[in-house]
Design a binder for this molecule. Structure first.
Ligand code: NAD
Ligand code: MG
Length: 406
């Protein structure tokens, strides 16, 4: 059956209280008849989750932190909205029959809930790039077997999705992912060594969750997106390029064999790519700012600097190695970013920890979910020891040997 966007489409949001989740809620609240809500899930922001569930009359609200279930119940009392808690309940929420599921949990924690939606053949709007980085082959195989549709929400991949000729992939010469360059684009390595979490999460263009903001600052985000793109589009790794474009107006480009380059442009507002997925295969109006190119006046481009931003090459190496390497890269990065945000390591230590974990752990092939879990867990444990080799919780600087000095 061809999906029709004009019929009401029942939706579930995994991670409704986050940055992408809130943008999705904003769109749903503008057309509630068209998008009835099956389930909303969040990890700890119980007040916002309950408000969202009441506003959109969700059938179910799930909070990941089980200690918050009594509060969730209390906030939903008398509404008729079901309440549940725990990571198992989030997976069960994803398995309930909503036609469209927004996967907007951050990190590998999003894998199993996303997979539950994929396994019942849903339309999955995928913001949670870590799902594809840590288990891309598995997720894409399940999607093909179950007839699930994966619609990329990451703005770059959504842009490529809009201009990629899936009927003639052999006519695509290259895919070019654009990157803003993040808040430290012009800093020297010496300056980057001293940056604080607050500086790292102050992204110059996009307002996003803390983890992806730090990833944008190291350029690991673009590395994760490179891996994500390799699973979403039938283009081999050497033909997926990265271009720094600080204005973030061109969201990505597809270059064809005849020399044509097609791109998607827009103001940097996640409601546009979310709307593309929500109304797919149709379109819907959004309040996202209209692009005024005369006001922007100038678009600039740079080649990424691999000496100051080694994360991009690490991700490319992991993709070339394949198997468990991207899973290991992702898990080590999650541990390192968390340690940085908690003031336990410096900014440059993030990529160093990822590199050391990636070189020390040998990843095999990933046949099933258990193998993914094992690789993810082993990398987390290894990276955690690099964060805190003494185990006494004091601040530890990981050696930055090998990084070229400014
Ligand atoms: P965020 O931190 O703002 O929100 C994360 C959401 O996931 C919250 O609802 C939180 O409650 C939930 N969550 C966190 N840990 C969880 C866990 N262990 N189990 C279950 N739920 C959990 O993150 P975000 O910026 O909205 O990003 C979400 C995902 O979308 C990430 O994978 C990110 O890379 C991707 N993405 C975000 C943007 C953006 O503009 N924010 C753009 C492109 C892609
Ligand atoms: Mg992106």
């Amino acid at each position: 059956m061809t999906p029709s966007a004009d019929m009401p489409r029942r939706v579930t949001i995994l991670g409704s209280t986050g940055s992408v989740g809130r943008s999705t809620i904003d769109l749903l609240s503008r057309e509630p008849e068209r998008f009835p809500v099956e389930a909303l899930t969040a990890q700890s922001n119980v007040a916002l989750l309950a408000d969202q569930a009441m506003m959109l009359r969700s059938r179910l609200a799930v909070i990941g932190d089980e200690s918050l279930l009594p509060e969730l119940r209390q906030r939903l009392a008398g509404s008729g909205i079901e309440a549940a808690a725990g990571s198992r309940a989030i997976i069960e929420a994803a398995a309930r029959p909503a036609e469209w599921v927004m996967a907007a949990i951050v990190g590998a924690a999003g894998l199993e809930p996303t997979l539950a939606a994929v396994r019942r053949g849903a339309i999955v709007a995928l913001a949670n790039k870590e799902t594809l980085v840590c288990a891309g082959a598995l997720v894409m195989r399940e999607a093909a077997q179950q007839g699930a549709t994966i619609l990329p929400v990451d703005s770059e991949h959504n842009a490529i999705f809009q201009v990629f000729d899936f009927n003639a992939p052999e006519t695509v010469d290259r895919v070019i992912l654009t990157a803003s360059g993040g808040p430290f684009r012009t800093l020297s390595l010496g300056e980057m060594r001293e940056v604080t979490p607050a500086q790292a999460i102050a992204h110059p263009v996009w307002s996003m969750g803390a983890k992806i903001s730090v990833d944008s600052a190291t350029l690991m985000n673009k590395g994760l997106e490179l891996i994500e793109a390799s699973f979403l589009f039938p283009v081999p790794e050497p033909r997926i390029e990265v271009l720094i474009h600080p204005q973030s107006v061109i969201h990505s480009l597809v270059s064809y064999v005849d020399g044509s380059v097609l791109a998607q442009l827009g103001s940097p507002d996640m409601r546009t790519p979310i709307a593309v997925a929500l109304a797919w295969p149709s379109r819907m109006a959004t309040p996202a700012g209209r692009l005024d190119l005369a006001a922007v006046a100038k678009l600039t481009f740079e080649v990424p600097d691999s000496a100051r931003f080694p994360a991009l090459n690490l991700a490319r190496q992991a993709l070339q190695t394949g198997g468990a390497a991207p899973t290991i890269l992702n898990a080590a990065n999650e541990v390192a970013v968390d340690a940085f945000l908690n003031g336990r390591i410096g900014f440059l230590d993030i990529t160093r920890i990822v590199e050391q974990t990636l070189t020390r752990l040998v990843g095999g092939t990933l046949g099933d979910l258990d193998a993914v879990r094992e690789a993810d867990q082993a990398a987390r444990e290894y990276a955690a020891r690099l964060v805190d080799p003494t185990g006494d919780g004091r601040v530890v600087r990981v050696q930055t040997r090998g990084l070229s000095r400014p």
